[in-house]
Design a protein. Structure first.
Length: 514
C-alpha cells in the first residue's frame, strides 16, 4: 500500500516524530512523508508513534488508493488538529472567548479532591509504629498482627475524640502542642490486643460523618474489610443484623485475620518512639490548608454525609490508591519525588535492594500531591483516553441477508446518539444463537458513539472461556490489534499470583507497589 503521512506536531514532539518517520518514508515537505509500505510495517510505525507520543503529537496516515482518492487510516495523538477526514485547517484562531472546555458538570469534584487529599496525609501514619519499622529493618518476620492502615485509623480516631467535624477540622487547621499530644494520648488511643476493652472505630466516630468518611478511605486504601473467620478457621457466617449500620460492626478482625502471634511483639504495634509525622512543618502546613477548605465545604448545603454517596467514596478511594501506588514506585532521584528536610528517622518503604527508600513524611506529602493531580485530571480524563474511530469494519453494511438486521440495529442506535449522550441508553439484544450478536453489539456501540471521537467500551463476560472466545472473535472479524482491543481474564491462578506478590510487597513496607 502507498501511504501519505502528515505531521502537525509542535516543539519536541515534532523532532521525535521526524526521527521515526524518516526511517519509514521519504519526505515530501517539512511535515509530509510518502512511501509504499506493508501492513506489518504500518502497524510497527503506528506502534512506535504511540509509544513516543506527547501532548503535542499529531500524525495522520492516509492510504492513497487511486487517482484523486485517499482514505484516512488512523491518527496518533491530538486528533483535534485534523477534521474527521484527516484534513488540516487552513487557518485557526487562538481566541477562546467562551472557554467551554473549562466547564464541567462535576458537582462533587471538590469533595473528591479534598477527601482524597486529607486521607492521603493520614493513610500511612501507622507505619510510624515500632513493629513496622522493625519489619523494614529485617528484624520482624511474623505475619502482621495489626496492619498499618488499621493503626492509622486508630491514631486518627484518637485525634478526633468526641469533637464534631467542625471542631476537629479547626484544630487541624491551627494545631497547638496539646493537639499534637492527642494522637498518642493513652486515654484516647484504642490499642487492640493490649487494652482490655476497645470500641469499634466507626461506632466511636458516628458523631462526625466527615471523620467516618476519611477513616474509611484510610483503612481501605489497600483492601476492603472482609467478614472475619470463625474460631475454627472457617469463613465467617453472615448475619442479617450486619446489614444495619455495617460500618459500626467493623473491628480489627475485618482488616486482618487475627492470628496467635508472639505476645512479646504485640506492644510494638502501638509503640511510637519517634513520634508521628504530624509534627513536621510541611505536613502541618499541608494539612491546615486542606482542613480550611473542608471547613468551608462543610458549610455548603447538602454536604457532610459523604459515606452515603458511593460515587464520591469510590472515586476518592480510587484516586488515593492510584497516587499511593505511583508514588511508592518512585526511587532514587526521580523528579516526581517531594523534597523534604533530611534526617527524618521514620521510613515508609524500601527499594528492591532492601535499602530504605522514602521517609514517612515524604511519602505522605508525595501521595497527597499526586492524589491532587489525579483528582484534578478526572473531569477531562475520558477526553484523553484512546478510542476506536473511523473503523471500516464497524461501518460496513452486511452483505449477507441473514445479518441485515445488524444494519437496522446500527441505524436505530445512530438515531438516538445525541439523546443517549445526555441520558444514557438501555438496550437488550435478543437475537438467537448464530445470528451475529457478537458483531452486532460492537456495531451498536460504535453507532452510539460520536463519529468524530470514536468508540471506547468494555464487554464483561461471566466465563473466562467466553471472554477469550468473544475477544478473539472481535479481533478476527474486525482486524483489531493489541493496541485496539485488550482481553483480560481472572481465575484462581491469577488470584494466587496476586496474593504471592502481595506478600512480597508487604516485606518491603509498601503493599501499594505490587
Amino acid at each position: 500500500m502507498n501511504v501519505l503521512l502528515i505531521s502537525q506536531c509542535d516543539k519536541r514532539a515534532l523532532t521525535e516524530t521526524r526521527r521515526i518517520l524518516d526511517q519509514f518514508g521519504e519526505r515530501r515537505g517539512e511535515r509530509t512523508w510518502q512511501t509504499p509500505i506493508t501492513q506489518d510495517g504500518l502497524d510497527t510505525l503506528r506502534q512506535l508513534l504511540r509509544k513516543t507520543a506527547r501532548k503535542n503529537t499529531a500524525v495522520a496516515c492516509h492510504w492513497i488508493r487511486g487517482l484523486n482518492h485517499s482514505e484516512l487510516l488512523w491518527i496518533v495523538g491530538d486528533a483535534s488538529r485534523f477534521n474527521s477526514q484527516g484534513a488540516v485547517p487552513t487557518n485557526t484562531t487562538t481566541r477562546n472567548i467562551l472557554r467551554r472546555q473549562d466547564e464541567n458538570d462535576w458537582h462533587t469534584g471538590e469533595d473528591i479532591h479534598l477527601l482524597t487529599a486529607l486521607s492521603a496525609l493520614l493513610h500511612d501514619l501507622g507505619k510510624a509504629c515500632r513493629a513496622f519499622q522493625m519489619r523494614l529493618e529485617g528484624k520482624l518476620d511474623e505475619r502482621n498482627q495489626y496492619r498499618h492502615e488499621w493503626v492509622s485509623l486508630r491514631l486518627f480516631e484518637a485525634f478526633i475524640g468526641t469533637d464534631d467535624d467542625a471542631k476537629w477540622l479547626a484544630r487541624l487547621a491551627a494545631p497547638t502542642s496539646q493537639d499534637d499530644k492527642t494522637w498518642l494520648d493513652p486515654d484516647r488511643l484504642q490499642r487492640d490486643g493490649l487494652d482490655p476493652k476497645v470500641s469499634r472505630p466507626f461506632a466511636r466516630l458516628s458523631h462526625a460523618p466527615l471523620a467516618q468518611a476519611i477513616g474509611w478511605l484510610v483503612v481501605t486504601h489497600h483492601r476492603l474489610p472482609v467478614l472475619p473467620r470463625n474460631s475454627d478457621g472457617r469463613e465467617g457466617t453472615f448475619q442479617p443484623g450486619l446489614l444495619n449500620k455495617t460500618l459500626e460492626h467493623i473491628d480489627a478482625g475485618w482488616n486482618e485475620r487475627i492470628v496467635e502471634g508472639d505476645s512479646s511483639t504485640l506492644p510494638y504495634y502501638w509503640r511510637f518512639p519517634q513520634g508521628l509525622p504530624v509534627t513536621t512543618e510541611l505536613w502541618r502546613k499541608q494539612a491546615a490548608r486542606v482542613a480550611k477548605r473542608l471547613l468551608a465545604l462543610c458549610t455548603k448545603p447538602d454536604k457532610g454525609n459523604w459515606l452515603s454517596n458511593p460515587y464520591v467514596m469510590h472515586l476518592s478511594r480510587l484516586s488515593l490508591m492510584l497516587a499511593d501506588h505511583h508514588y511508592s514506585s518512585l526511587t532514587g532521584k526521580d523528579p516526581g519525588r517531594v523534597e523534604v528536610p533530611r534526617g527524618y528517622p521514620l521510613y515508609a518503604n524500601t527499594n528492591d535492594n532492601g535499602d530504605f527508600n522514602q521517609t514517612l513524611d515524604e511519602h505522605l506529602l508525595g501521595v497527597a500531591r499526586h492524589s491532587a493531580e489525579v483528582t484534578y485530571a478526572l473531569p477531562r480524563f475520558d477526553e484523553q483516553l484512546p478510542r476506536l474511530a473511523r473503523h471500516k469494519g464497524l461501518r460496513k453494511r452486511s452483505p449477507d441477508e441473514r445479518f441485515r438486521w445488524q444494519d437496522k440495529a446500527a441505524e436505530t442506535a445512530a438515531a438516538m446518539r445525541e439523546r443517549s449522550m445526555n441520558h444514557g441508553a438501555f438496550i437488550v439484544n435478543m437475537a438467537s444463537t448464530g445470528c451475529g450478536k457478537t458483531l452486532a453489539n460492537a456495531r451498536i456501540m460504535y453507532a452510539l458513539a460520536s463519529a468524530e471521537r470514536g468508540m471506547r467500551c468494555a464487554f464483561a463476560m461471566g466465563l473466562r472461556t467466553l471472554t477469550l472466545q468473544t475477544g478473539r472473535a472481535f479481533r478476527d472479524l474486525l482486524g483489531l490489534g493489541d493496541d485496539d482491543l485488550a482481553i483480560r481474564v481472572g481465575g484462581s491462578a491469577s488470584r494466587a499470583l496476586f496474593e504471592h506478590h502481595e506478600r512480597l510487597a508487604e516485606a518491603t513496607g509498601s503493599a501499594s507497589s505490587q
